[in-house]
Design a protein around this ligand. Structure first.
Ligand code: FE2
Length: 185
């Protein structure tokens, strides 16, 4: 049996490595290879949302479950990140800053069993196009909740300060939609 404390201790020990994010990637790869053990530690996913497992100035560990049909507008982290999928699939679109907003630079599908490493300057949007929760461990090389950074309106691509309350509402709306939809024939 693995516990959240064990997971955090293993991830924290990566911070003293030469390239922490690569050490984190290896730990995550091993953790997601055994989903039953992870489910035992983290509990089942019943609704979409962000669960904070650990939050410090130099490391944040989240369990994120994207609701089926959900899409989150472009945003940046301004710290390295490693996304380890262990259920469903997350579709990533990447962008770079351009005059008046953003321009797309490509995308990648991240299926369960894979880890995606993102550099400090990455701007991405995320979608779950499947009819199951897209579940992942998200590890960030800093304090995810207090660092100043930007997000962009999904339609106009206008830049604005990151707003966690807005993210929470996107989850809430997606959860309400999914609750209704899943019981339709
Ligand atoms: Fe992100």
């Amino acid at each position: 049996m693995v516990t959240i404390d064990d997971i955090v201790a293993r991830l924290r020990s990566c911070l003293s490595e030469h390239t922490p994010v690569l050490a984190v990637r290896d730990v995550l790869q091993e953790l997601i290879a055994d989903r039953p053990r992870l489910d035992e530690a983290l509990g089942p996913v019943e609704t979409g949302g962000i669960t904070t497992l650990y939050n410090a100035a130099d490391l944040t560990v989240l369990r994120v479950a994207w609701t089926p049909g959900m899409a989150l507008y472009p945003h940046e982290h301004r710290m390295w990140a490693a996304i380890a999928m262990y259920g469903g699939q997350e579709d990533n679109a990447f962008f770079r800053r351009a005059p008046g907003g953003l321009e797309p630079t490509g995308g990648t599908e991240l299926p369960a069993g894979e880890v995606l490493v993102l550099g400090d300057d990455v701007i991405h949007s995320v979608a779950n196009s499947r009819r199951e929760f897209a579940v992942a461990l998200h590890v960030y090389g800093g304090d995810f909740f207090t660092v100043q950074r930007s997000e962009w309106d999904a339609e106009t691509l206008e830049e604005r300060p990151r707003d966690h309350e807005r993210t929470r509402r996107v989850f809430e709306e997606a959860n309400a939609r999914w609750l209704e939809e899943r019981f339709r024939p």
